[in-house]
Design a protein around this ligand. Structure first.
Ligand SMILES: *Cc1c(COP(=O)(O)O)cnc(C)c1O
Length: 395
């Protein structure tokens, strides 16, 4: 079989066998509609409500009724932001504060709202990739309807000071949404401790199935609906429940929370080993983003004089699946907005690689990765006229 070393857990994860087992009955046997009154429907209703209670417990919500199932993390982000500002419109709210390094699910939603006539402030990050809570406070206006700041960044893994921002939004009476999609499963989440009103998570980032997410809506917070139709999710998010997905998501989050210490220790060790070896063996490399406030499994490095896409393709040929963490992969040639926001010049941002470690990775895989990287980087640089000029100039 072709070698497969999967180092892209920030993009998605496989489904854990225990999770798949928990989901199985809801495809062939327990197929009833959760809104129906006969027994196979009732069993499904019960499964959905148990999953809701589990997820509420795992993120520290006050009650299961604060958990709303959606079709993805993207939908949860869209609902939180559009739902909050549309509800605030009647009271004159028309301003959103977010950061420069959000996921497209937040960034593009805010840009869309800007076209609709809302004002958006994109607070910057420092060279470590961190938001300064004071910048958020300075940006608050009387018509600010929502602050939306991510918990952990999907490209560089930096963890934002959510609790400090939560204290500020609370003081000013402004709603606070947090995209915790990348954080969930890797670091603890406690919505009350963080002081958030709205929080998004997505199952496929923590070894659950794709196509199911959650929006936590603190009791008393009113959002406009995004999806209209039937009475599912207490009339707030129409559409027949994805029962198997919901059950799988709850099981995956329960496992993630129970094993978090062990898991984060393991992936941190692999990540730190990879970082150390790369820095030791390859010249003209920089690590992007704070190492202190960072997800345990994330490493983002830039290789000077290298084109990230070529690097990814050559790694793929060696069986190593990684990402540039940038929009390049989706067909755009612009370098990552996150790397530009932390101050990287375009040409260096272009030579970037995101490695995100997971449960099944091993020390041997890290050794293999670094060997391949050293070889590929040297090969690509030997073909680079820029590198040649650089060497001549520095002789
Ligand atoms: C993956 C991701 C999303 C989108 O979640 P989907 O379920 O894939 O739609 C949103 N925000 C962040 C930070 C992510 O990493």
């Amino acid at each position: 079989m072709e070698k497969l070393i999967y180092l892209d857990h920030a993009a998605t994860t496989y489904v854990k066998p225990e999770v798949f087992e928990a989901m199985k009955p809801y495809f062939v046997e327990e197929y009833g509609n959760a809104s129906s009154i006969y027994s196979i429907g009732r069993n499904n209703r019960k499964a959905v409500e148990e999953a809701r209670a589990t997820i509420a417990r795992c993120i520290g919500a006050s009650e299961p009724g604060e958990i709303y199932f959606t079709g993805s993390g993207t939908e949860a982000d869209n609902w939180a932001i559009k739902g909050a500002v549309y509800a605030a419109r009647k009271k004159g709210g028309k301003h959103i504060i977010t950061s420069a390094i959000e996921h497209p699910a937040v960034l593009e939603t805010c840009k869309y709202l800007k076209k609709e006539g809302y004002d958006v402030t994109f607070v910057p990050v420092n060279s470590e990739g961190l938001v300064d809570p004071a910048d958020v406070e300075k940006a608050i206006r009387p018509d600010t309807a929502l602050v939306s700041i991510m918990y952990a960044n999907n490209e560089i893994g930096t963890i934002q000071p959510i609790k400090a921002i939560g204290e500020i939004t609370w003081k000013h009476g402004v709603l606070f949404h947090c995209d915790a999609v990348q954080a969930a499963g890797s670091i603890p989440i406690d919505v009350k401790d963080l002081g958030v009103d709205l929080l998004s998570i997505s199952s496929h980032k923590f070894y659950g199935p794709k196509g199911v997410g959650v929006l936590y809506i603190r009791k008393g917070v009113r959002l406009e609906n995004l999806i209209h139709g039937g009475h599912q999710e207490r009339g707030k998010r129409a559409g027949t429940e994805n029962v198997a997905g919901i059950v799988g998501m709850a099981k995956a989050l329960e496992l993630a929370v129970a094993n978090m210490d062990q898991y984060s220790k393991k992936i941190r060790r692999l990540r730190d080993k990879a970082r150390e070896q790369i820095l030791n063996r390859i010249p003209y490399v920089r690590v992007n983003g704070s190492m202190e406030h960072r997800l345990p499994g994330n490493l983002n490095v830039s290789f000077e004089f290298i084109e990230g896409e070529s690097l990814l393709l050559l790694l793929d040929m060696k069986g190593i699946k990684a990402s540039s963490g940038s929009a390049c992969t989706s067909g755009s040639l612009d370098p990552s907005h996150v790397l530009l926001a932390i101050g990287l010049p375009h040409e260096i941002a272009h030579g970037s690689l995101r490695l995100s470690f997971g449960e099944a990775n091993t020390e041997e895989e890290v050794d293999y990765l670094v060997n391949c990287l050293a070889e590929i980087v040297e090969r690509l640089r030997s073909m680079s006229p820029l590198y040649e000029d650089f060497l001549k100039a520095n002789k």
